[in-house]
Design a protein around this ligand. Structure first.
Ligand SMILES: Nc1ncnc2c1ncn2[C@@H]1O[C@H](COP(=O)(O)OP(=O)(O)OP(=O)(O)O)[C@@H](O)[C@H]1O
Ligand SMILES: [Mg+2]
Length: 250
């Protein structure tokens, strides 16, 4: 990862529909991400947040619609690429539930994040950045990932994604299972990392108030459809959005 280096990246998701056999999870979803933005994908359980992230990563193929990643003026059709090719373009996912290798050490988990070809040359530097960003990982580099606390495991999952030198970071529900203080610290950390590494971030989150702290823009997804989107001020001032769709006290 090159600190301070600004590369223009843009994600355009247009009208995608996707599902799993008979289960239809997304219906005509469109969403844009501009360079340097943090966009929140808000919605309660089972509404399609993870499915949308998986579509961007090539892990679920949409039935229709397009997903285009523009990098420095070149367009890439992500629906035609494998997950590995998408990672190679500089897209990384911090998956829901972290998906660490519990029987491997912190350091080994980090190394596995560096499989992207161009990231291999940057292993040492990215490892140093990860340890700088999350000192607890340096202290516990030889501890088994499965024996770390929930918050530490989330830090490790984020650091592992950073090991692939991403330009676009997808984070699927970073706050799940964390105490309120750790939720707040994790969200703050994502913002710091974004600023430091000029990342563009798409974050799925159920914690509306925490997501709004760092997002520039938000989309609310209900039953696989974006029912409302707007900048943070618009979302924060819309009481109906908060109480009806998210169950947050307005
Ligand atoms: N592998 C799968 N096979 C069949 N149906 C699936 C699969 N994965 C997800 N679904 C269904 O697709 C819909 C959307 O699920 P998805 O995981 O995208 O929701 P989500 O918004 O991420 O929910 P959560 O907040 O609980 O993680 C749900 O109805 C879910 O049951
Ligand atoms: Mg999910």
């Amino acid at each position: 990862m090159c600190k301070g280096l600004t590369l223009a990246i843009k994600l355009n998701i247009k009208d995608i529909s996707a599902g799993y056999g008979a289960v239809r999870a997304l219906h005509g979803v469109s969403l844009d991400l501009e360079q340097g933005q943090t966009v929140a994908l808000l919605g309660t359980n089972g509404n399609g947040k993870s499915t949308l992230m998986k579509c961007v990563m090539g892990m679920v193929k949409p039935d229709s619609g397009s997903i285009t990643l523009e990098i420095d003026g070149h367009s890439h059709d992500l629906t035609a690429l494998s997950t590995e090719e998408i990672v190679n373009l500089g897209v990384a996912l911090v998956p829901e539930g972290r998906r660490l290798f519990p029987k491997l050490t912190v350091e080994e988990n980090l190394l596995l994040g560096a499989f992207r070809q161009s990231a291999r040359a940057e292993i040492e530097r990215n490892m140093a950045f990860s340890f700088e960003a999350f000192p607890v990982l340096a202290e516990r580099r030889r501890q088994l990932a499965g024996s770390m606390s929930g918050g530490q495991q989330q830090m490790l999952a984020i650091a592992r994604a950073l090991m692939s030198s991403p330009r676009l970071l997808l984070v699927d529900e970073p706050s799940v299972g964390l105490s309120p203080l750790l939720v707040s610290q994790t969200i703050t950390k994502i913002k710091e990392l974004k600023d430091e590494y000029s990342l563009t971030v798409l974050m799925a989150e159920q914690n509306f108030n925490q997501a709004m702290r760092i997002a520039d823009y938000g989309h609310i997804i209900v039953h696989g459809e974006i029912v409302f989107h707007g900048d943070v001020d618009t979302l924060l001032s819309n009481k109906l959005v908060k109480s009806f769709y998210l169950g947050v006290e307005a």
